[in-house]
Design a protein around this ligand. Structure first.
Ligand code: NAD
Length: 323
C-alpha cells in the first residue's frame, strides 16, 4: 500500500510516518508531501530518512499539478498539512484560508479525479466551538470561533461534500490537544518547556481557567491508523486523550517538571475570543474501532520534558521564530 502523508515533516505527521514505518512490512511505501513552512522540519524525520520505503517531496498542497501526479501514484492519503496555530490565525488569517481550505479542496479534487482509495482528513475538536459542560459527539453542529478553527471547519465540510457528491472514501478525525516530542515551540507545552529550560518566563493567558483535554501524539497516531485501516467512508471520529486540565493546572505541572516556580509566570491579557473548554466524546471510535488512549499524562509529560532537555539543538534554532 502506498500512503501519501501531507504535512509529514510537522509534529503529528512525523510521528505518524515513524509509526507507519515501524511496522515490519515491505508491502508499504510512505511519501511525505510537505512545503516546509516555519513549522515543518526535516530533522523531525531524521531517524527514518534512510528507510528505503520513505520518499520526501518538498511541495505545496496548493500546487495542483504536483498534487494530481502524487495522488495518482498512491492508494491512500492522510492529510495533516495545515496552518495550525490559533494565535497566528488571529494575527493574520489569510494563509489559514488558503492552506486549510483551498489546499484541502485541491487534494480532495485530485483524489476524486484520479480515484484515490482512502482519504483521511485530520481535523480538530476546535471546529465544534466551546462547551461549558459535557462532551460533543460527532453529530454536534460546527460552531468554530477562531479563524484557525473556522478554516478547519471549512475543510471538514468540503471533505464530507466530496464524499457525498463524488463518492470519495473520506474519513475525518477530530482530536483534542496533542502533546509530545518534536512539537514546534509555539504551542503551550513546548513553549513553556523551552522557555523554562532556558531560564525565561512563560505567558499565562487571562485567568488561566480555560480547560483543554490532552492527547499524547502517539495515541493520536494510533487512532488515525485505526481510522485509515478500519474506519467507514463518510464518517467522522472524535479522538480524546482523557486528561482535562485548566491552563493553570497545566502550568503548575510544567513548572514542577522543569524545576521552576510561579515567579517564572507572566500573566498576560487573554487571547481574543478564547474558547473556555473543548471536550470530545470518543465513544464512537472506542466502540467501532477499539481505540483507547494508552499513555498516562504524567508519564507522557515527563518523557516530553526529558526529550526537550536532551534536544536543545532541535529547538534553539527555531525558538526565536516561535514567539
Ligand atoms: P504542524 O504545524 O506541526 O505541522 C504542519 C505541517 O504542514 C508542517 O510540516 C508544514 O510545513 C506543513 N504545511 C503547512 N502548509 C503547507 C502547505 N501549503 N503545503 C504542504 N505542507 C504544508 O501541525 P501539527 O500540530 O502536526 O498538526 C497536524 C494536523 O493536525 C493539522 O491539520 C492540525 O489542524 C491538526 N490538529 C493538530 C492538533 C495539535 O494539537 N497539534 C490538534 C488537533 C488537530
Amino acid at each position: 500500500m502506498k500512503i501519501l502523508v501531507t504535512g509529514g515533516a510537522g509534529f503529528i505527521g512525523s510521528h505518524l510516518v515513524r509509526s507507519l514505518l515501524a511496522d515490519d512490512t515491505t508491502d508499504r511505501a510512505v511519501t511525505v508531501l510537505d512545503a516546509l513552512t516555519y513549522a515543518g522540519n526535516p530533522a523531525n524525520l531524521r531517524d527514518v530518512k534512510e528507510d528505503p520505503r520513505l520518499s520526501f517531496v518538498r511541495g505545496d498542497i496548493l500546487d495542483r499539478d504536483r498534487v494530481d501526479r502524487l495522488l495518482a501514484e498512491h492508494d491512500a492519503v492522510v492529510h495533516l498539512a495545515a496552518e495550525s496555530h490559533v494565535d497566528r490565525s488571529i494575527a493574520d488569517g489569510r494563509s489559514f484560508a488558503s492552506t486549510n481550505v483551498v489546499g484541502t479542496q485541491t487534494l480532495l479534487e485530485a483524489a476524486a479525479r484520479v480515484g484515490t482509495g482512502t482519504f483521511v482528513h485530520v481535523s480538530t475538536d476546535e471546529v465544534y466551538g466551546s462547551i461549558a459542560a459535557g462532551s460533543w459527539t460527532e453529530e454536534q453542529p460546527l460552531a468554530p470561533n477562531s479563524p484557525y478553527a473556522a478554516a478547519k471547519a471549512g475543510s471538514d465540510l468540503l471533505a464530507l461534500a466530496y464524499h457525498r457528491t463524488h463518492g470519495l472514501d473520506v474519513r475525518i478525525t477530530r482530536c483534542s490537544n496533542n502533546y509530545g516530542t518534536h512539537q514546534f515551540p509555539e504551542k503551550v507545552i513546548p513553549l513553556f518547556i523551552t522557555r523554562l529550560l532556558a531560564g525565561g518566563r512563560v505567558p499565562l493567558y487571562g485567568d488561566g481557567r480555560q480547560i483543554r483535554d490532552w492527547l499524547h501524539v502517539e495515541d493520536h497516531c494510533r487512532a488515525i491508523r485505526l481510522v485509515l485501516e478500519g474506519g467507514r467512508p463518510g464518517e467522522v471520529y472524535n479522538v480524546g486523550g482523557g486528561t482535562e486540565l485548566t491552563n493553570r493546572e497545566l502550568t503548575a505541572r510544567l513548572l514542577q517538571a522543569c524545576g521552576a516556580d510561579w515567579d517564572s509566570v507572566e500573566h498576560v491579557p487573554d487571547r481574543k475570543g478564547h474558547d473556555l473548554r473543548y471536550s470530545v466524546d470518543s465513544a464512537k471510535i472506542r466502540d467501532e474501532l477499539g481505540y483507547r488512549p494508552e499513555r498516562s499524562f504524567d508519564e507522557g509529560l515527563a518523557e516530553t520534558v526529558a526529550w526537550y532537555r536532551r534536544n536543545r539543538g532541535w529547538w534553539r534554532p527555531v525558538s526565536a521564530t516561535a514567539a
